[in-house]
Structure formats: C-alpha cells, structure tokens
Design a protein around this ligand. Sequence first.
Ligand code: DGJ
Length: 746
Amino acid sequence: MSIELDAQRHALTLHTVRTSYQMDLDTYGRIRHLYYGRRTGGHMAQLYPMMDHGFSPDYYAGRKSRGLSPDTSLAEYTGANTGDFRVGCLRCTNADGISGADFVYTGHEILSGAYDVPGMPCAHDQDGDCQTSIVRLKDAATGLELHLIYGVYERDDIITRSAKFVNAGSADITLTRALSVCLDIPFGDWELLHFHGRHEMERNAERMPLMHGIHTISSNRGASSHHHNPFVVLCDRSATEDQGECYGAMLVYSGSHRTDIERDFLGQTRVVMGIGDEMFSWQLSPGESFDTPQVILAYTHEGIGALSRRYHSFLRKNIMRSKFAFAPRPVLINNWEATYFNFDADKIVSIARQAAPLGIDMLVLDDGWFGLRNDDDHALGDWFVNTDKLPGGLDKLIARVHDMGMKFGIWVEPEMVSEDSDLCRAHPDWAIRVPGRDPAMGRNQLVLDFSRPEVVSHIADCLTRLLSENEIDYVKWDMNRNISDVFSHALPPERQGEVLHRYMLGVYDLLERVTSAFPDVLFEGCAGGGGRFDAGMLAYFPQIWCSDDTDAVERLSIQLGTSVGYPVSAMGSHVSACPNHQTGRTVPFGTRGVVAMCGAFGYELDPAKLTDGEKDEIRGQVARYKRWQSLIHDGLFYRLRMPENSDYAAWMSVREDRSEALVSVVQPHVHGNTPPIFLKLAGLDPDALYRVESFDVFGCTRTAPFDRSGVPVGSAYAGSQLMYAGIAMQRLFGDCPSIQMHLVRI
Ligand code: DGJ
C-alpha cells in the first residue's frame, strides 16, 4: 500500500517507489509536516527536538512546557492569525470580524483511486496507480473546515495535493487568500529554478540562490502568463541535470497564480502555491465549499533532468485527456506568418496545394476567416464565416483542402470580443470592464465575462455549430490579452473579487464541453504564443503553441526552458521564413528544422516563396520527423547543454528501452579556431554498443581543410563511452549550423 497509517504514532506516510512523504499529529492536535524526500521508513519526529525560540509563540496548551511553536513547526497547510508569522496559505475573515483560522485535526480517510477537483482540471488515475488520502481539520472559532487532499501515484513518484474549504459555521466567511499547498523543507541549501519571460520569449530558466526573506513568483493577469510560469523547482546548490536533490511544484491552473518561497530565521524553506490573491476574494455562506486547484509535487535525488522526465510522463499520462496525447501528430502548415490577415480562399488552397506534395499533412487557417475580421480591430465574437474572403463558405474551402488528401484546421479565440462586433453591440455588458471607466485595451479587444454561465453557453453553441457543421480536424484555441478592469455586471459588489477565478471556471467549463463533444478533433492551445502554457491547459490541449517567436535561436531557450516542466510533445514548434518576422535573423533552413523537431512539428510560411532547394529540404525534414516522431515524443528527454551556459545547445531523446537515440546540437555562435563540440551523452545503456545510423550537418558552410568528423556514419561506440568519456563532434562553420545524429543499439 502506498499510504501507511501508524496509529500508535498518529503518523501518515505516503510512499511512492522512490519517495516518502510523512506527516503526523503533534501533541496539540495540529497536523505537522515531517518529511518529503528519498524513500525511507520510520517516524521522522526525532528530526524535530522540542526547542524554544525567542518571539516564537507557544500553543496555549504548551505554554508551560514550551518548545513547540506554530512559528517554527513544519506545516502541511497554514492557519492564519495563529502565531505562525511565516508566509501563509490562508487569509479569511468571518461576518463576526474573526480573522484567520487555527486548524485542529478531526479525522481522515484513505481511498483508492484519484480524487476530482470540482470545476477544474486535475490528474486522473490512468493505470490504477493512485490512492487518495483526505485529512480533515476544523477551526473552532469560525467553523471553517479544511480538507487536505493527497493523491499518491506510487509508480509515477508523484504526489498531488489540493485543499477544500467548507463553511461549517453559522456566519459568512470571506476568503481573500486560499492557496493550494504548503511545502516546508526544514534542512538544506536550496536554489530556486523558475521560468520567467515575456511575449515572444517565454519560460527562460533562471536559477538563483534562496536567501533569507520571501521571493514571489506570480501572475495577476488572469492567465498563467508569458511572464511567470506556475512551476518552480527547488534544487540543492550542487544539483545538476544528472544528480542532486530537487523538488518540483506545478500548479494545475491557468489563471492568476502565486508562489511564495520563504527562507525563515531558522534557515527552513517554505513554499506556498495556489491561486493568485490579488483581486481575489470568495464568499462562503454556511454550508458552501471552495476548492483550490491541484498542485503536482515531485522529488528526486537524481537531478533536474530526472525531475523533468517524471513530469513529462505524468502530464502525458495522467493530466492530458486527449486521445492525441500519445498519438502521432499531423505535420501542419499554418498560414499566419505566410499571409497574416491578407488571404482569400484561393491563397489558402494554393498553400495547401504546394504543401501536400512535400509530405505536410494539414492546412491550418489562422485568424481572419470570420465576420469582418481584416485586422486586429474587429469581429472577435462573430463566429460566422466571412464569405467575401471565402466564397461558398468554410464547407467549400475544407472540401478543396480535403480533396488534396490534407486535413483541415482552424483558429478561434473564444474568450474574446472586439468592441466593433455584432456580439459586443448585442451584449455590451458581456465584456469585462469597469462601468464608467475606459478600459485598458489589449490588441484593441476585450475579454468576455466567462464568470457568467450564459456567456459560456453562447460561445459553446458557436463552437459546437462550427465543429458540427464543418469537417474540422484541428482547432487552434488562442487568447490574446490579459484581463484588466475586472468587473462583472452579473455579480453583486461583495462578490466582485470572485470574477477572475469564476472566469477560469467558465473557461474550463467551455473546454470540457467542447473537447469532450469533439474527441476526434486535435486541439492546440495558444495565448499569443505561450502565454498560457500550464498543466491546466494541457488537460485539454495535448499541444500548445510554445511562443510567437519562431526564430530558431530564440526557440532554443524557450523550448529547453519549457522542457524542464513540460513534455516536448506538448510544444507546438514550426519552421518559419527568414529573415525571421520577430527578430530579423536568418538561420539556415536545416537548423530551423532541427529546432522545430524538438516539439509538435509544422511550418509557418508561404511555400510559394521557397526555392526548389528549400522545398527539397522540407521533404527531407518531414520524412525525418515522421521517422523519429515517436522517438522524440515518447522517448526520454535529456538536456545536454543549455544555450545560456554555452555557445551551443544540445539535447537528446532516448527510447525508453534505450534501443535508439536522437542527438541534436545547434551552435548559434561559431568562433574561430575553436575546439570541436564535445558532448557527454545521457540515458543510453552503458553496456550496449550503439551504431551511428545517420549524422547530418545543417547550415555548415565549409569544413576546415584538415578537419575530419569524429563520428563517421556506421561507426559504433559503447554506451558507456558515449556517456562517460563523451563524443567530439566536428568543428562547425557558418551562421547557426546544427547537427542531428541518430544512434541505434546493435
Ligand atoms: C497569436 C498567435 O500566437 C499567432 O500564432 C496567431 O494565431 C495570432 N494570434 C492570430 O491573431
């Protein structure tokens, strides 16, 4: 059993194959966190001798014996206003003016299977691996109940957590902060690895020592955001990709979020994570409950790479629900960077006609096909086809594309409305804005008030009509602004703090309805690129457009940073035209292919503007991608070199049974008279022999007269040699050359 109850010591231990997580009931009836780390047995209470610390108050019952303080004890979840002065999970007040809560244990349950988080995406139990434990607590003064819920995925080495509040008192309670978890780590010197960014440069990995004080990673944008991803890693100062202790905490939520990491006066580290509390409040009348989003926790002593692979497999298996999660994805061509708004049916058909013989499987019609949508300023919300651009309607266009043997995909932005749209004219109060104030505009559009069920239902009807009346194989679901001027016409003044979370519940409701009604449609998420790349969205979208920056050099940081938490199969990644539209940089066509293949692959360009040579390159890229797609998507992913720390980046995918591997190297900055690129590979079978099946160099303009490649095709090396001694690639010349090497076990 993965959940072990020690009734004598009042201890509950959650075991996975490689980790243990333990809590117990302290002398005064509070639930105390004891341990999360490498698998072990025993009761860990001896780690915490009774100690009195000045200005750390005692529980009332221990006021004479002292030595156990709410301010220093490790918590599974914090109360508030109870003498724990560290950063907390909760802020609340009841109608009598009582602030905070002091939670005392009342009972627990152990159940088989996974738990649901009502209204929100959460992990399911894909292969009968999960047990659930619910620990119940209550605050005597207000009657507020807290249920701490744990999902233990034994073989996956994952623990999920969520909290539920129930008002079992007689007065209303207002929550103004209700986070999902507290994780207290008593010992160690930790560094914080987090993922910051901006539009067109998302999820840059940044690692920093944790000093005393509080560090916050958050978004108050109503979206998980391009700026701070709701995923953090605490790693031991000496941890690398291959070794060292790391803890991961990933929020399954796509709206505003908050993670505080505090290093306290004893050197203990506390992580609290959950819904962002700026502009958040929630009214709980007697009998009502509130659920917090789930957090996926992982621990490993085997380095950041091992932590990543744990998340990759868990997200694909237990979070993603789409039947495409493990299926081969179509290679698509999207018309956005090819035409922007300037297209008609013939132009779209001509893109498809030129793409089909190159092996491309699907044409995606991006923004601009509906209403009077000829630029950013109009028509969001008017989800009917523009027959001036597409005479005969979508039907006819889709038939022409299908006739070429290609699939057809379409872009939508369901959560938005343009001021200049029929929808906004008919329902001006459906847009989120403060009455009497000019709203801040993002891309000259407003956000629909999805906290209102009738708005969600209207958009659900539009999408249902679109998808049932047309043979659509794929949907790109975009979202192109953050939420400001938060106000809903449908909620009373005291509930306005609920708008942002109710908005997210509305989005999830819509996603649930539409994706479950059309299970054969492949849905790709998008939010101005990767502005909502999070575990909540992955529940509905097996792939998400990773960034609006399609420059292959920029994509190295974006994709490798993203890969720390999220699987490469989830990263929409396309070859686009050069000079690149976001940076003006020109990268060799072959290198663009190598980078885009580290994801869900496609193209974003006008084939009419390509040379015959480039078209041949596409044929080759598509063929290679199709040959290796399952190795790339289903294999284990290893980051060999991050671009930030080097003048090249390298990564590899290894089949789970270690029978083959694909190594990719990109060198954005070539230098004169340098040593060759030297790499230690990873994940191979040390005792097996691997043959170099193919070794392709792209964008290398010449070879130095006396240079010879160190790894000729057909040569064979022991896995141990490739991993422990390493391998020297050839010296590269040119602007951003790259290498792709395929190894097969013999
Ligand atoms: C933002 C997306 O990230 C782009 O790929 C494109 O779909 C545009 N929106 C269209 O408006």
